[in-house]
Structure formats: C-alpha cells, structure tokens
Ligand binder design. Structure first.
Ligand code: MN
Ligand code: MN
Length: 469
C-alpha cells in the first residue's frame, strides 16, 4: 500500500496545473541535442550583433538551403522556398505548403534589432586633446550599464556617390575597442546622490575614440584630425560621410556559456535574437509543410516597430497579398485564416529581484518557452490579448509534440509593462500569441538565457510550422 499514491496525491495529479522543468524532464539525448543546437546559436550571436548583420546572415543561410528571392507573379508549388529581403534590415523566409493559401499561413515573427547606442549624425569632436563620438541611444536601456565596458562599432557608411562601406571594428582579437568613461568614486559624490535613471545622462554617453594628435606646429583639433585621417585611409570617408551613416555601438565581448554546469548562455542582443535564430532554423529545416510557413525577422521593434523595416510597415502584408494573388486569392482572406506565433522574449524570474513578479504567473528559466497571452501595461493597455481558442490550439500542438512550455506574464499588475509585435500582427486580422524564451537582465548589454529554453523555442516553432491542424 505504501507505494500507492493516496487519494489527495491522485487528485492533485489529475487536477492541478504544474509547469514542467525541462532540465528535470528531458532525457540526456535531448539535452545533448539542445546543447549542440546552442553552439550554432552562440556563433550566430557573435557573428550578428546588428539587424543588418542578422538579416544578411539569414539570407546567406537561406540561399544555401535552397531559398530563392521571391518573384511576384511567379507560380509556386508545395516545397518551394523563397525569401524577401527588406532594405538589408529585415527578411521574410517562406516555404510553400501542400494546402492552398486559402487555409491561411503559419507565421512566426521575431525581431533582429536590439537596444544599443547609435552614433549621432555629426558625432566626432575633440575636447582637451581627446577625440570622442556623440551617441544617441536606441531602445530601452539603463544608460549607466553602457559605461566602462569594451564597445565595438558596426554598421554602414553610405558615401555621397552611393557606395556602401561596411564597418566592423572591435570584434577581431587584435582590433582596437572603444569605451564610454564613468566618474571615479572619489569624485562621484554628486553623481552618487542621483537616481539610476539620472546618474548617466544621454549626453554623457560619449565614446572615446582617440588621443594622439597629428604632428603639426599649428591648428587645433589635431587629435580629431588624426582620427579622420585614419577613417579616410581605412574607409575612404570624410567627416561629412557620418551624415549618411548608420553606425551602431554594441558590446565587444563574445557570448559565452554561463555557469559551472554550462546550462546558460550570456551575451548581447538576445532580445530578440534568441527567438529569431530558432524561428529561422525551424523554417529552414521545414521540408514540405501542410500549411505555407512564413518566418519574418523584422527590425525596429525596440523603438515601437516604426519605419519601413518595422512591422508597422506594410511589407509583411504586401508579401502575403502577393503570394495570395499568385494563387488567385484575396490577401485579406489569407490573412484572416493565418495563425501567428509572435516570437519574443519575456522576463525570467530572477531570485535577486523577486518583488517585481507575481510568482504564480511568472516565467522561469528551464521551464521551456513561455507563452504570453497578453503584454501591455495597466489594464492590458496596448496589447492584442490572444483568444482562449487560439491559446488552446497552441497548447495542444505543443503538448502533443513534447514541447516544454510555460505560461507567463510580464511582472506584476501595475508593475510596469511592455509590448511586442503581436498587436501589429493582430491588426492584420491574424490570430496571434507571444511565444518566446525567458531572459534574465533583459535589455542589459549582457543578457542570460537557458540553453534548454532556446532549444525548446526551436522545437516549438518547428512543431508549429509542421503541424497538420
Ligand atoms: Mn523583444
Ligand atoms: Mn526588447
């Protein structure tokens, strides 16, 4: 009798909801698969620190896997693979399914931009024989986190003649790096009285770029001039070319395993490359699905999905309209049957900061991907709030295919808030819910995720693309 569960235990098993811990549940074979999947992910994080680099990377891999540029008006059949590259900053990958597009598409949407520091249009100046660059932060950052760490500069300079010069300084072992200085504690009496939000202001995020002047008997700003000389030698640019450049400052260090057990990954820009990479790999590995699969990897989410490379733009809608027209269908009819996993991160529970979450509805590392029914702030302001019907369907698909997943809210009610691209997808009359990886230190220059959750994201998106119902 002792081995038998008592009545309460039996009832508990039958009736109570208990999230699964993937680290406890998974067999060693799948743990190994997860760990090796993450090796590719870390390499991707190190190769792609900006939206342009990520879009370029996915285009390259897609072409190698047989994806061709989408041609409007061309007749596509099941198994055909296409991509649409949007201005070098966003990309749509699609695999045509066996079913007609009249049944809708299976869509995932992740973003490949991350919080960072952009250079101002006219950034370079000299002050007391030090040359510096003025920056303008992009996305929601804690500004003090961006001082006193090695920075790399990535991006493009478009010369007046239209020629594109690609810039990447600070990634190779012998490259120089850059830094934003902070005040020594000995003299920080006034600064230390300020709030964290005020301690470092936007105009104090000035990046050190040089200190050695050109040898000359006359003239000022000789340190700045020397920097311009080096830039001109290396890239053929002049100071005015900064005006038509997009140069982004990102952490110069690589991603690495975190923990003695190597169970986690630390690195820059995991919001949202930790969903972009698994969703892209899922569609790339999708042979001939029932439904047409579409994976959009978009830009500008961190500043509200604005601009023609963000999801407030019509580029995704136009693509769906065009493939619909290819099958003699109305785009709106395809969209209204479409289902979407908005692939974005949520906050993971952090034992050091337990008071900001509500423990029954928080996401935990290693409990698998987190399904977030709604984001927003206050009384669900600014969110699409997925329907119970669609959540039920996603839940069934994941459970039937051994995807470890959990449900999560973003912190306490009235504790703050946030949003994703889900609401812009919902505006297209698409069923959508947020599904992503829980992250510690989200939006910091070094974010932490669990390897098992990253792998579960891949499994979830692949299952979704390949699902038959
Ligand atoms: Mn995000
Ligand atoms: Mn974000």
């Amino acid at each position: 009798m002792k081995n038998e569960k008592n009545y309460a235990e039996q009832l508990k098993e039958k009736l109570c909801y208990k999230p699964v811990n993937a680290a406890e549940k998974l067999e060693s074979e799948e743990l190994n698969t997860a760990d090796s999947f993450c090796e590719g992910y870390k390499a991707f994080l190190n190769d792609c620190k900006t939206e342009r680099e990520a879009a370029e990377y996915f285009k390259f891999i897609a072409e190698r896997k047989g994806f061709a540029p989408y041609e409007k008006g061309k007749n596509y059949s099941a198994g055909d693979k296409v991509y649409l590259f949007n201005r070098g900053k966003a990309i749509i990958l699609a695999v045509f399914g066996k079913k007609s597009l009249a049944e809708g598409v299976r869509l995932t949407a992740a973003h490949i931009d991350s919080p960072r520091l952009d250079l101002k249009p006219n950034p370079l100046y000299e002050d007391n024989k030090l040359a510096l660059l003025k920056t303008h932060y992009y996305g929601g950052i804690k500004k003090y986190q961006w001082t006193v760490m090695p920075l790399a500069m990535h991006g493009v300079v478009i010369l007046k003649n239209g020629e594109t010069v690609k810039v990447s300084i600070g990634e190779k072992p012998d490259d120089p790096r850059f830094v934003i200085t902070d005040l020594l504690p000995h003299l920080a009496g006034e600064q230390m009285k300020k709030t964290l939000a005020e301690a470092i202001s936007g105009e104090e995020l000035n990046m050190l770029i040089g200190s050695r002047p050109i040898k000359s008997d006359e003239g000022g700003d000789l340190v700045k001039l020397n920097i311009l000389r080096i830039l001109n030698e290396k890239y053929g640019m002049t100071e005015a070319d900064f005006l038509s450049a997009e140069l982004e400052l990102v952490p110069a260090y690589p991603a690495s395993d975190i923990g003695l057990d190597r169970s986690m990954i630390g690195g820059y820009g995991q919001d949202d490359r930790v969903c972009a990479y698994p969703s892209a790999m899922a569609i790339l590995d999708c042979a001939e699905p029932e439904y047409t699969g579409v994976c959009v990897l978009t830009d500008k989410e961190e500043i509200g999905s604005e601009g023609n490379t963000g999801l407030k733009s019509s580029y995704l809608k136009y693509f769906i309209y065009d493939i619909a027209a290819g099958q003699g269908l109305d785009g709106r009819d395809v969209l209204s049957k479409t289902e979407c996993l908005s692939a974005d991160v949520n906050a993971g529970f952090d034992p050091t900061f337990p008071t900001v979450i509500e423990k029954f509805n928080a996401a935990y590392l290693n409990n698998g991907i987190v399904v977030t029914k709604y984001t927003g702030a206050g009384g669900k302001g600014g969110t699409s709030d997925a329907s119970a019907e669609f959540v039920a369907k996603v839940r069934r698909i994941f459970d039937d295919n051994n995807v470890v997943w959990q449900m999560g809210e973003l912190g306490k009610v009235d504790g703050g808030g946030g949003g994703t691209v889900a609401k812009f997808i919902a505006e297209l009359n698409v069923d959508v819910v947020d599904v992503g990886v829980p992250v510690l230190s989200m939006h910091a220059p070094f974010e932490v995720v669990s390897k098992l959750d990253v792998y579960m994201a891949y499994k979830a998106f692949k299952t979704f693309f390949e699902s038959k119902d």
